[in-house]
Design a protein around this ligand. Structure first.
Ligand code: IMP
Length: 431
């Protein structure tokens, strides 16, 4: 059985899209199991850039089946646009390549609207969401009033559920947020139209479908979105997303047993970034941070926002390894560190007069820690053309070696640029 989970080990944007695209060359299935169009997975193939938000990153290979599992919140209009976009790029020529579970939660325009007005009301206290309606859509799922993908094909059920959903949202829009209410009929008609267009991708039972694939020895990749520290339970709450981003969520989001998850690959940048509000111990509010931002082109793929940047944080990574059960790591964007005279790695935190090496559960406490750094010599050489570890400058090799040994976890892959070729494989994924 080959079930491999690929997750973000930091605050998202670690380069999961590129890694999943690389791994997908050897896979049979790629499955999205949580999150929604808040994700922005960037893939660069033959100099061409693709940004995917909902469609799994295996879509660029004709022979890879892509599944959107029940744990995902589905913005159906966005999905249709994305399908159109990938088709225009000459992909998804066979509709059976993409499979969407009837049990996915539908994300409606009113969820996006609610996300926006809530953030506006929070002012300085805002979460800094992507504005894609993720929180309100998951709220409806938990409140047991969500519209599911399968409901789009039951017009009467859809109408009833929509009325219930909008009744509450419109009350909030009118009385609390003082914004325009949403009319039901045009939305209902729109959803019926979208449903018709998405019919070829519909599947009533993805859990069984995935399990059969695993049992018959197919190679299945579970593609995480966002990152460990944005997890709703184990992240820097409340500055988190509204789904569980941990590897275990792959089992829950797909409806398969955790025993199918054989390998957990954690993706980490060679430094750290974060978008949105919330504590970030190694953040650099200086020219070094500006440099990481500029050289790393650190702008959000979904919102275009400038990402906050800082040094690599081993305390956070150890936490990610523990909470996900990470078995192997991939280190991305090592090329961005070229040209720094010295590079720093946070090994512990100082909290008051104590030194700690475990990640505080409370975001408030995390906001008070000071990073304790190990300083390593930098390297001046550009490394984006390097294709093997032995070609790396010695100090770059030592940096990678130091990180791997401090984390006691093998680093199987190093990425030195966005394209597929800019990858140094240390160990193949399916071995
Ligand atoms: P939401 O998921 O849009 O509700 O946003 C909640 C928090 O998660 C905000 O800090 C966002 O910036 C962050 N976030 C959501 N999706 C991503 C992502 O794909 N990469 C990085 N940060 C994300």
């Amino acid at each position: 059985m080959s079930g491999i989970v690929v997750i973000g080990s930091q605050w998202g944007d670690e380069g999961k899209g590129k890694c999943v695209d690389l791994f997908a060359a050897q896979a049979d299935y790629v499955i999205r199991f949580q999150g929604g169009a808040n994700a922005g997975h960037t893939l660069v193939v033959e100099g061409k850039k693709f940004i995917l938000h909902l469609i799994p990153s295996g879509i660029l290979y004709d022979n890879v089946k892509c599944v959107i599992a029940p744990g995902v919140v589905l913005d159906v209009e966005q999905l249709l646009e994305e399908i159109k976009y990938v088709k225009e790029q000459g992909r998804l020529n066979d509709d059976s390549q993409l499979v969407i579970s009837d049990n996915c939660t539908i994300l409606l325009p009113c969820h996006r609207q609610l996300d926006g007005v809530r953030e506006r009301e929070l002012g300085d206290e805002k979460i800094g969401t992507t504005g894609r309606g993720i929180g309100p859509a998951y709220e409806d799922r938990m409140a047991r009033r969500a519209i599911l993908f399968g409901d789009l094909y039951q017009p009467e059920t859809l109408k009833k559920k929509l009325e219930r959903c909008l009744e509450e949202k419109n009350f909030l829009f009118k009385h609390l947020y003082k914004v325009e209410e949403v009319a039901i009929e045009p939305l209902y008609q729109k959803l019926l139209e979208v449903a018709e267009n998405l019919k070829p991708y519909r599947s009533q039972e993805t859990s069984l479908f995935i399990q059969k694939a695993l049992k018959s020895g197919k190679k299945v990749l579970f593609e995480g979105a966002q990152g460990t520290l944005l997890d709703i339970y184990h992240g820097t709450y409340p500055y988190v997303t509204s789904s569980s981003t941990l590897a275990g969520a792959a089992a829950v989001g797909c409806g398969i047993g955790p025993t199918f998850l054989q390998k957990i690959v954690g993706i980490s940048k060679a430094y750290s970034t974060r978008v949105g509000t919330g504590p970030f111990p190694t953040e650099l509010n200086d020219e070094q941070g500006d440099r990481l931002q500029a050289v790393g082109q650190e702008f959000g793929a979904t919102t275009g926002r400038r990402r906050r940047c800082g040094w690599l944080d081993l305390v956070g990574l150890r936490y990610a390894i523990r909470t996900n059960g990470i078995t192997n790591l991939a280190l991305t964007k090592l090329d961005v560190l070229s040209g720094f005279e010295e590079v720093k790695v946070c090994t512990r935190y100082r909290l008051g007069d104590q030194e700690i090496d475990s990640f505080p559960v409370s975001a408030e406490t995390l906001g008070k820690v000071e990073p304790i750094y190990k300083t390593l010599p930098g390297w001046s050489e550009k490394i984006s053309e390097v294709r093997s570890v032995k070609e790396l400058p010695r100090n770059a090799r030592e940096y990678v070696h130091y990180v791997g040994s401090e984390l006691s976890t093998p680093i199987d892959l190093i990425s030195v640029g966005p394209s597929r070729e800019q990858t140094l494989w240390i160990k193949p994924l399916f071995s």
